[in-house]
Design a protein around this ligand. Sequence first.
Ligand code: FAD
Length: 471
Amino acid sequence: ATHLVWFRNDLRVNDNLALAAACRSSEVRVIGIFLATPQQWRQHDMAPRQAEFIWQHVQGLRAALAERGIELLVREVGDFNDCAQFLKNFCEQQQVEALFYNYQYELNERQRDAAVEKALGREVVCQGFDDSVLLPPASVITGNQEMYKVFTPFSKAFIKRLHEGLPECVSAPKARGASLWEIPPLHEFDYPRQPIDESLFPIGEPQAINQLRQFCRQSAADYEQRRDFPAVDGTSRLSAYLAIGVLSPRQCLHRLLKEHPQVLDGGSGSVWLNELIWREFYRHLLVAYPKLCRHQPFISWTDKVVWRQDEAQFIAWQQGKTGFPIVDAAMRQLNTTGWMLNRLRMVAASFLVKDLLCDWRRGERYFMSQLVDGDLAANNGGWQWAASTGTDAAPYFRIFNPTTQGERFDAQGEFIRQWLPELVAVPDKYIHTPWLWAEKQQLELDYPRPIVEHKQARIATLAAYEAARKS
Ligand code: FAD
């Protein structure tokens, strides 16, 4: 008999539920497949950096599986619609008896999987697994059997469930015979790839595990104090691995518990656990509210906000040329590295929506096209939070002041100067308002004046939201 493991966003051998299940019997032959879907990736605005990250990790996975006597085939189809026919033919040719895969929770992905299961019919037994979450969607619900709409009670109920029983990690499969073959070089995907700074995101599953260990040992305890400061390396930077499944959230939880045994009781490290639960919250929401995958806001009236269509302002935001140093430094970090600190994602998103009154969906798409950790649930959740269109989002009348945010979280401008070399000479006192300094010194800075006046922008945005709410 042959078991097929269909790898998607679970590019690892450790703690991979579908892979472990497929390998449970030592009698069967196990093969793996990865299907590149470049047309679909284009539709989903996947960042070329993430394509690179996937490509590299597919190679690593292929080698790790080969060592264990499992062949991973890599094939390219167009979009998700092509997967069903491809897999049907493939399973016939290879006489596959059972297909194992880990669920993805986005709408297109779920429709694809339903089509695949239908096409395979009774010939192939299909088994899906809730692998990319600590607890399956729809398993943490209110007394009324509904998904929580507010994070804090969700998080409490979530931790209660963890107290009742932890989701266990499964081991990497044992070798099934000798490591057999020469691995041919991996073909290019028909998708642009952009290099990744490997000092920020080392390539490889062992490297990801190592980074997790180091973070839990050295930094999880101070995470709460350090996480909001962009000049400090205070967060785990594991998002890129979690997004494509080089790491699992169970591995994160168990490693954290090992170093911080009181983490479920609010002890040291629990603020980091809370972030992992935010990740779960947004994933569970996608399943409860599929409209979130259809570019729709959670709060319907917010769709009536009349957005301003100022192309020049949007481009200034994208390029990091708004005249607000913290926003610009953050956007240039994003454009250069594919990553941004959570605090700055909130500031940059808030600026686009609340200062420029730009439709949040444009920002969501742009982030996706740049992020190495692009993830629909978290990105959509973050944007809807910042735009006040989501569930448990910032209320629409709470508007970040980009200058004060800079003063609070990058007081000496260390991060700003790192990304805006044109401001290197500006003294600390003026680093968040460089135009004032330039005026005083009667200098021309190679840096724009603010493209909007924050106070006025705030008033206009409040009015636009109020009008939408009343209509
Ligand atoms: P840490 O602070 O070390 O957190 C650990 C892990 O928890 C992260 O790796 C991530 O998987 C998860 N996590 C942390 N914060 C959040 C959060 N607020 N929501 C959901 N999960 C979280 N995260 C993504 O993974 N992909 C995205 O596309 C994405 N887009 C975002 C867009 C906006 C506008 C905002 C405000 C946030 C977005 N986030 C996204 C969430 C968060 O900013 C990143 O997960 C975090 O900055 C990644 O850095 P880290 O791994 O060092 O996180």
